[in-house]
Design a protein around this ligand. Sequence first.
Ligand code: SAM
Ligand code: SF4
Length: 336
Amino acid sequence: MTKPQPLIDNFGRQVTYVRLSVTDRCDFRCVYCMAEEMTFLPKAQVLSLEEMAVLARNLVACGVTKIRLTGGEPLVRPGVVELVRTLSALPGLQELCMTTNGGRLQDLAQPLKDAGLHRLNISLDSLDAERFHALTRTGRLGRVLAGIQAAQDAGFERTKLNAVILRGRNEDEALPLVRFALAHRLDLSFIEEMPLGVITEHDRAEAFISSDELRAMIRREFTLEAAAENTGGPSRYYRVPGHPVRIGFISPHSHNFCGDCNRVRITTEGRLLLCLGNEHAVDLRAALRDGPQQPEAVDGRVQAALQAAMAIKPERHDFTLDDEPQILRFMNATGG
Ligand code: SAM
Ligand code: SF4
């Protein structure tokens, strides 16, 4: 069969980074991410862990060097540690990361480290137990803080906290979160809320706080110096002099980062989403299930689907605050 080709879109951008959603399920119900009552996918529609491994092998064969496991909450998927072990052994995969709500890390941080996971992002929007519970609807702050400690004890380095700040709900948490990150030598990224899915608890436009506003808030207490480095992601990084950590701002509204986009997402159902803010997608599950599987080999149908996808990767997304949501899928179905 023909040799796998690099994944290059019509705008000359090469895809080297894939965010793979291992489940749409979650043990939290964060107010900006999910509705209170959610219907999750039936099992038959969800990729098996073996199918995910086949996809990963095919992606790495095409030059993908970084995979992030996400969800939903990746740690609620049974067998996720085994998946990490399989993927971390793929020659050519330089970075295997995970984004988690941290609620199960107390038990799983060490097994994940032993299985070869390189780095963790842990979501944390509040350091106040009651408010944390209100924002996540089911989460317990104490468990997440213990999970963060367990990740550090297991030897994970450059762990990053992710925080979504909403006006009227947790804007006074920005400074405490920076203090916490500095004290625990953790990187921290603030993410502007994105209009994915219809939620009911707040008006996204009213709750929106721009990265500029957050930086001004943080500068009341800390000096923020723009950092030269970039991790190949949409974050803009700053440093607080005297501290080894980075404070990042992911600003899909106020700073469009599409020009150097190197990433795609794969949903739990095997839809390859070409852009966070557009519906352009290719069905990889059909390519996987349409014929005999060759778990160890590069698969011609999957390769063809990946190349076809490159032709439809949109140039950019455009989130607007007054005309939303254009995207009806929730973040948990998108693979955050
Ligand atoms: N459950 C894991 C977690 O919470 O870290 C991984 C999946 S979650 C969808 C990934 C990230 O997306 C989290 O940091 C979460 O805060 C963020 N997120 C969810 N919905 C969002 C939205 N509508 N806008 C911006 N960020 C969102
Ligand atoms: Fe679950 Fe993560 Fe969404 Fe919160 S942000 S509901 S933890 S998937």
